[in-house]
Design a protein around this ligand. Structure first.
Ligand SMILES: [Zn+2]
Length: 554
């Protein structure tokens, strides 16, 4: 912080740049008529996301953050949640209230007896000079006791009183690194077996920042765009926990996100929508959880303050984001999630199985319980029973007590479905007009409910399989989504066609109750190492499996 109006200039930025050191300077986004737009979001959250994007994109570790004016408010908010990523924090001219908080924050950061009070003071005593502001002690090593991890840098950096950057000889440049490659180790493409040097724990880079292994994309495209490499180990902000991921199931949505057909937010992005693991760290204000708790994570992060959220209909949250989509996900050793998204998993349930619950399990629950409200005395036709959602649909239908007629494209999948309790099976490759077989199996009536995750290729036969007054719920269009549709059908037959869409925290908690006490299980088809994510994507696209594909995170 500086001396009020006297310091409200870009002098600090110029001074920082002149030293040839990394400097991230923040002013207010949208400040000035030329950039202001009524459609833009200028809230503090969006600015924090800006800083996240800059820091990740530039690969900054242990850097000096300079915030001016309202940018100073944003810098303070970001620094509060990411203190160990900073070597120094400079806040300039942010007004009397924040200035007091800023002074306290800076005092805590620097252990200086007196705050800086001018540009000259900053340049003379600040982080740009050797022996200037001292770095905070490095964050504790996660999974401590693993000698190689702390030896790799943590122990040394504890003895260091100034950042390594500050001790470089004058005029000596830091080595340039391509954008997005901030780690001490270069990332490599997923699909090859890797030699992990510290299994089961984040590593400390030579600059004292925790790194972790993750599968992420820096650009969209085919499976070759999946990168298995180092990413920063996330901090737990207020209300958050960091989960030590143990298993992360794969979904067709992952393939869409990788290919750029579904939103990713800023890149690079860690993929992984399904997460099961243990609580590793608690953010400020989190209660009811402790380190080591075994958890599964609801995928959608809701805002909690929009009108649908306030009405308890968070499935319609206007600002929801997906872990593994618009936010970093679970294909990583650690993942930051809101504590409100956590549910406990039973002691007897393996992480592999638990990781299948948030998307496929919850989707089937949402469709059958919340949407069509399947009843014990009803007949249901479940399409593509070998898929993750289809296999959950079968298990839920049988738990309810309904009669389940299932379809699949190969006999071995139908045999597996029989083992899981299917009452009748139909091979839709051998019997493309399967509605006739459905009618035969239901004394000519048709089924009460169709559960469809296939779409275009089975649409006509699905409708023809329904009895008068029947309900259809669709949650996937993996075979295509464009069809000619005869509206006269709805005029003559009182059918109810339902979409599925996003899901609520309420229904996730309800499903987990059935997991704990109602015998609901997940079906794990195959498991892969996290490093083999590209191979898993190819198997997912090939569809020759039953249940869920799961990546194990060492
Ligand atoms: Zn909301």
């Amino acid at each position: 912080h500086g001396g009020g109006l006297n310091a409200h200039t870009w002098d600090l930025v110029c001074a920082s740049l002149r030293t040839e050191r990394h400097c991230l300077a923040l002013d207010q986004r949208g400040h000035g008529d030329s950039e202001w737009s009524p459609e833009m979001d200028y809230g503090i959250e969006s600015h924090a996301a800006d800083i996240d994007a800059f820091v990740d994109r530039l690969g900054l570790d242990r850097f000096v953050l300079v915030g001016m004016s309202l940018g100073g408010v944003n810098a303070l908010a970001w620094a509060s949640a990411h203190s160990q990523r900073l070597a120094g924090l400079v806040i300039v001219d942010v007004g009397p209230e924040v200035r007091q908080a800023g002074v306290r924050k800076i005092a805590a950061f620097t252990s200086e007896a007196t705050p800086l009070d001018s540009v000259e003071d900053f340049v003379a005593r600040g982080p740009l000079r050797p022996g200037g502001l001292r770095a905070p002690p490095p964050a504790p090593v996660v999974g401590g006791g693993q000698g190689r991890v702390s030896d790799a840098g943590g122990a040394r950096s504890r003895k260091r009183r100034v950042p390594r950057r500050g001790r470089r000889a004058p005029g000596q440049r830091s080595p340039r690194r391509p954008l997005g490659q901030s780690g001490a180790r270069r990332p490599h493409r997923a699909g090859r077996q890797s030699g992990w040097s510290a299994r089961g724990a984040a590593q400390i880079s030579r600059r004292g920042v925790r790194r972790m292994k993750a599968v992420y994309i820096a650009e969209t495209g085919g499976p070759d765009k999946l990168i298995f490499g180092d990413r920063p180990d996330p901090d737990a902000g207020p209300g958050d926990v960091v989960v030590r991921v143990r298993a992360t199931a794969l979904n067709h949505a992952d393939l869409s996100i990788r290919a750029g057909r579904s939103a990713t937010g800023t890149l690079p992005r860690i993929l992984g929508l399904d997460i099961a693991g243990e609580v590793a760290r608690l953010g400020p204000g989190v209660t009811g959880w402790k380190e080591g708790d075994r958890v599964v994570v609801e995928n959608r992060v809701k805002c909690g303050v929009c009108t649908p959220c306030a009405l308890g209909r968070d499935e319609f949250c206007e600002r929801q984001k997906r872990l593994g989509g618009e936010l970093d996900g679970g294909h990583a050793q650690y993942c930051k999630v809101p504590a409100v998204n956590l549910q406990r998993i039973p002691d007897w349930m393996e992480f592999d199985e638990a990781s299948t619950l948030p998307l496929a399990g919850h989707t089937a629950w949402h469709c059958l319980i919340e949407r069509v409200q399947l009843q014990p005395w009803e007949d249901i036709l479940i399409q593509a029973v070998g898929s993750g959602v289809g296999s959950f649909g079968l298990l839920m239908a049988k738990s309810i007590g309904a009669r389940a007629i299932v379809t699949a494209g190969s006999d071995w999948k139908l045999a597996k479905a029989k083992e899981l309790g299917a009452d009748e099976v139909i091979n839709y490759t051998a019997t493309p007009k399967f509605s006739q077989r459905v009618k035969e199996l239901t004394d000519g009536r048709g089924v009460d409910v169709v559960f469809d995750c296939v779409g275009a290729t089975v649409w006509d036969e699905s409708l023809a399989s329904l009895k008068p007054g029947g309900r259809l719920v669709i949650t996937g269009t993996t075979s295509g989504s464009q069809i000619p549709f005869n509206l006269g059908l709805l005029q003559s037959r009182p059918l109810t066609l339902m979409g599925s869409g996003a899901r609520s925290r309420r229904s996730f908690a309800a499903m987990m109750h059935m997991v704990h006490y109602g015998g609901l299980r997940g079906v794990v088809g195959r498991t892969f190492d996290l490093a083999d994510a590209a191979k898993a994507h190819e198997v997912m696209a090939g569809r020759d499996f039953f249940g869920k594909l799961v990546l194990r995170v060492p």
